[in-house]
Design a protein around this ligand. Structure first.
Ligand code: ADP
Ligand code: NI
Length: 217
């Protein structure tokens, strides 16, 4: 496969794979991350082709969809990029971005060094906060059968990725355990600016939620 725009072809490939996902990794999430990444690139620079491909492919076979299949998803992405005749250097750059960007339960980041990687991670984090992030959290919680809120279950600070993966917290706790931490983890000034209103909205939502729960409103 050689003719045609590899970005458009990749968009069609991802759309086809993820269109029926209901765990928050659906095609529209990838579409939004792709668009956000392009918007951040306009100010921050970097290799646009690598950024676009990594943004589009970043959730193909996420560990939360197929927990045992990190290798399988890597193979799917590799096979696809080989079919488009990208060279090994580009393919391993894209794979390394995709394996580095995921939130792993703590504020620590691993391997997020290049500007391309920083931009794709920022775009993915931005889509997890704000009104869209709130919608995704409840969609994911419903998909996993998690409870919305239980006042007896306190949010925790995870010590490791294993701990984060194992725990079935409430969706409201996920806000404290991940979503409100993301603003500080952003890499680029452009993303930090976009995050301001989204982050504020998370806090407003939580305040209103607790006011209603406690019958203050
Ligand atoms: P991303 O696609 O941004 O990397 P994840 O793969 O970690 O995000 O999760 C997909 C979506 O589901 C995100 O919006 C995330 O906040 C949400 N999510 C992940 N784990 C939970 C959870 N335990 N409870 C509620 N929402 C969750
Ligand atoms: Ni994602």
């Amino acid at each position: 496969m050689t003719s045609g725009d590899p970005i458009q072809k990749t968009a069609a490939f991802v759309k086809d794979l993820l269109i029926s996902d209901h765990s928050g990794h659906d095609w529209w999430h990838c579409f939004r991350v792709w668009r956000l990444a392009k918007k951040i690139w306009e100010k921050e620079g970097g290799n646009l082709q690598v950024i676009e491909l990594a943004a589009l492919l970043h959730d193909v076979g996420d560990y939360k969809i197929a927990p045992e299949n990190e290798v399988v998803s890597e193979n799917i992405i590799r096979e696809w990029l080989e079919k488009l005749q990208f060279d090994e250097r580009i393919i391993s750059e894209i794979l390394s971005i995709i394996t580095s960007i995921s939130f792993r339960g703590t504020k620590e980041k691993q391997g997020v060094i290049s500007i391309e990687c920083k931009i794709v991670q920022d775009a993915d984090f931005l889509d997890a906060i704000g009104a869209i992030g709130i919608g995704r959290a409840f969609a994911y919680g419903g998909f996993k059968g998690h409870i919305m809120y239980d006042p007896a279950i306190q949010p925790v600070q995870y010590s490791s990725f294993e701990h984060y993966k194992r725990r079935n917290s409430s969706t409201i706790n996920h806000f404290y355990e991940k979503l409100v931490l993301l603003q500080e983890m952003l890499n680029t000034d452009t993303a930090k600016l976009i995050a301001e209103s989204r982050h504020k909205y998370l806090h407003q939502f939580l305040e209103q939620f607790h006011d209603e729960w406690e019958l203050r409103k």
